[in-house]
Design a protein around this ligand. Structure first.
Ligand code: GDP
Length: 326
């Protein structure tokens, strides 16, 4: 594969090249990894910037429906939209949340939209790195907005928030007056809480839920990167296209403010550093699952359980061996 040519085509906005480039960064093969790194270096120089929007919500709140409507609205305004996913369940099962493209029927057919399912990987760390790289590739290919979807079940929100400029939490109207068990840590990451399905019979419940969350957000510690009025809770209806334009206005206002205050660039710099360290950590952990260490560890483990050598000594021996590896 000619990486220079692939990079040139990608920078020219060719979708097939973008898709091939993402396949390359998703590959677990060592020779592909070398090519992927060369590619990432080449496209890094484009200095293009997309707005990276993370979106989380439990299954059924309407994430796909929202992405379809919101994405179509952005495309209608002349923007190019890419959709990626971090799927914590695919990390376990090999499935994927965006695998079923019929969930975004209109957007899938748009020339100015690019939808990519979550890579199937064995662990979240691998999915995270690949999604971050895919985000950078979409940026380089000239996409204006990159939406990164994840299912709200825990760890994956942190991963997505760490690669986004804005983090949206999508909720459904609550049945009673209980908050839907949204963890405090996740609320703290949200820039915008959108209560979806504010239509028909659910409208009143959605408005109550919005008010509950607005109150809850108020109680959180004020973050320096927020202007007055943020983080904010609003209602939307993905099905009726209601509130989407307002949500987009809010996002733009927030980003503008953060840009002028310097928080936008600072967050990106912090994130780049975070992923740098994560990559080292994941790389080191990855070495333990590979030969020659994998067999060595197994061998020492047996000796440790037989009481032949101490756990500490065995661990130190493996760590020393790690230093000698290429
Ligand atoms: P996801 O699992 O979060 O991606 O949710 P989906 O987008 O697949 O939507 C789950 C269900 O909620 C589907 O039956 C949708 O038709 C419905 N839904 C999504 N958005 C809305 C909305 O704005 N209003 C109403 N009433 N239903 C919606």
């Amino acid at each position: 594969m000619d990486i220079q040519e692939l990079a040139a085509n990608l920078l020219a906005g060719d979708r097939r090249s973008l898709a091939r480039a993402i396949t390359l960064v998703e590959s677990g093969r060592d020779d592909h990894r070398v090519q992927a790194l060369e590619l990432m270096e080449l496209v890094q120089k484009s200095k293009r910037e997309a707005l990276r929007i993370g979106l989380s919500g439990t299954p059924g709140v309407g994430k796909s429906t929202f992405i379809e409507s919101f994405g179509m609205m952005l495309v209608g305004r002349g923007l190019k939209v890419a959709v990626l996913a971090v799927d914590p369940s695919s990390a376990r099962t090999g499935g994927s949340i965006l695998g079923d493209k019929t969930r975004m029927e209109l957007l899938t057919r748009e020339r100015n939209a690019f939808i990519r399912p979550s890579p199937s990987q064995t662990e979240l760390g691998g999915v995270a790195r690949r999604t971050r790289e895919a985000t950078l590739l979409c940026e380089a290919a000239g996409y204006d907005v990159v939406l990164i979807e994840t299912v709200g079940v825990g760890q994956s929100e942190t991963v997505v928030a760490q690669m986004s400029d804005l983090f949206l939490l999508l909720l459904a109207p609550a049945g009673g007056d209980e908050l839907q068990g949204v963890k405090r840590g996740i609320m703290e990451m949200a820039d915008l809480i959108l209560v979806n399905k504010a239509d028909g019979d659910l409208k009143a419940a959605a408005q109550r839920t919005r008010a509950d969350y607005a109150g809850a957000l108020h109680l959180l510690r004020r973050r320096p990167q927020d202007p007055d009025g943020f983080p904010k809770a609003a209602t939307v209806s993905a099905i009726e296209d209601a509130g989407l334009a307002e949500a987009w206005d809010d996002m733009q206002a927030l980003v503008e403010w953060r840009k002028t205050q310097g928080y936008y660039a600072q967050t990106r710099a912090d994130q780049a550093q975070y992923w740098f360290v994560q990559d080292i950590r994941n790389g080191l952990l990855g070495q333990l699952d590979r030969e020659p260490l994998k067999s060595a560890i197994k061998g020492y483990a047996a000796q440790v359980s037989e009481g032949e050598i101490s756990a500490s000594f065995a661990a130190q021996t493996v760590l020393d061996a790690l230093k000698g590896l290429p």
